[in-house]
Design a protein around this ligand. Structure first.
Ligand code: PLP
Length: 407
């Protein structure tokens, strides 16, 4: 008799974004398809840049020729892309090499799959609030108990609050796998060198491993802030970095990301190279590599003209973030983030929960945001607006908040 993985039944509510989608559809059905302005999901809206389009077109044309055709490639990625990604890390002064780069179909799959190479008894620590995939993938894999009051038993929650500038203190209890996301989704906070160094020191002292999600690194404009965990000395021994082309060049639908699993990385009882070997084995077994066409688009994105266009696109979204942040501050809300990150995080009015505020903003202003509670217990009392959107829509949303939100 077949049985199911009952850990799925522990997953608290449905995944956050389907629930938001359900409420928006319900609202639209009740309001004769009201024109809602979506600043909820962090999905890119601006077209691919010309250098990327040309890279993709050339790759398609190449596949249509006998000489240019290629079939299966290495599951780790094509050498040109692995080298181009490593070159970006070397520009930051980090010791990352192409043989440590694993190209993938995105940071979400990698951040969900990476836990599979670690033992079931590892204690997992997450920033709270956090991108939901870190928690859910560990729930599904059986590393937690049941959920009670919004917290899974056995998981270490590291609160990110106004008091600590939305970056957590070191865990007081044992933690073996520590997820850190900077720039952070959802808070928009960016970790400093000193903050990351404290975690790297902790990880090295406790033989813990940091799973560092840098999907939004391209949005860091302040040169004093680290864009990679490998800017911190010793991080290659204790950190895996997961990143993405999704937000920097609009590949949310195209799909391309990467992970860095350093040769130097070690866990309890392993020697350098062993963990990288496990991830290689995992990818060779479960994954046949990212699309060769898409990888060609990635190579184009990392060319000099591609990088210049990436910078322009990132600046466009950051200008949206500035408009949103100033707009919400203008209506009297307290806002955070949105400076080196495409998310503006705001405190809900006193006594209004984050889902209540979600419903209020939707019904009064026709604007969709994301309730902070969907990202973890410490997200309660907060609300996120995403800066991904056409400028006109962002301006309409801010105007709607200004004129229609009843505070
Ligand atoms: N990591 C974080 C922190 C995210 O917010 C997201 C998407 O919203 C992702 C990863 C997903 O990246 P990808 O599109 O590469 O799967």
């Amino acid at each position: 008799m077949a049985t199911i993985n009952t850990s799925y039944q522990k997953l608290a509510a449905g995944y956050l974004f389907p629930e938001i989608g359900r409420r928006v559809r319900e609202f639209q059905n009740a309001r004769a398809n009201a024109d809602v302005l979506r600043l909820g999901i962090g999905d890119t809206t601006e077209p691919l840049t010309s250098t990327i389009v040309k890279g993709l077109q050339d790759a398609v044309a190449g596949l249509g020729t006998t000489d240019g055709y290629s079939g299966y490639g290495d599951s780790e990625g094509i050498p040109a892309l692995r080298e181009a990604i490593a070159a970006q890390y070397q520009k930051l002064g980090t010791p990352v090499h192409a043989d440590e780069v694993f190209v993938s179909d995105g940071a979400k799959p990698d951040s969900a799959n990476i836990q599979s190479i670690f033992g079931p008894d590892n204690v997992v620590a997450v920033q709270d609030p956090a991108y939901p995939v870190y928690v859910d993938s560990n729930v599904i894999s059986g590393r937690t108990g049941e959920a009670a009051n919004g917290c899974y038993e056995g998981l270490v929650y590291m609160p990110c609050t106004e008091d600590n500038g939305f970056f957590p203190e070191l865990p007081k209890q044992k933690a073996d796998l520590i997820y850190i996301c900077s720039p952070n989704n959802p808070t928009g906070a960016v970790a400093t060198h000193a903050q990351l160094k404290a975690f790297v020191d902790y990880a090295r002292a406790n033989q813990a491993i940091i799973l560092f999600d840098s999907a939004y690194a391209a949005f860091i404009t302040d040169p004093s802030l680290p864009r990679s965990i490998y800017e911190i000395e010793g991080a290659t021994e204790c950190a895996i970095e997961i990143s993405s082309f999704s937000k920097s060049v609009g590949f949310t639908g195209v799909r391309l990301g990467w992970s860095i699993v350093p040769n130097a990385l070690v866990a309890e009882g392993t020697s350098p190279g062993e963990i990288k070997g496990l991830w290689t084995r995992r990818q060779n077994t479960f994954f046949n590599g990212a699309s060769n066409l898409v990888q060609a688009g990635g190579v184009a994105a990392l060319s000099d003209p591609g990088l210049a266009e990436m910078q322009e696109q990132v600046s466009f979204y950051l200008e949206n973030a500035r408009i949103i942040r100033e707009g919400v501050e203008g209506v009297g809300l307290t806002a955070f983030g949105g400076v080196n990150a495409p998310y503006v995080w705001m405190r809900t009015p006193p006594g209004v929960s984050s889902w209540e505020f979600f419903d209020k903003v939707l019904s009064e202003c026709y604007v969709v945001g994301t309730p902070g509670a969907g990202f973890g217990p410490s997200g309660e009392g907060y609300f996120r607006l995403s800066a991904f959107g056409h400028r006109a829509n962002i301006e309409r949303a801010v105007e709607s908040l200004r004129t229609r939100l009843k505070l």
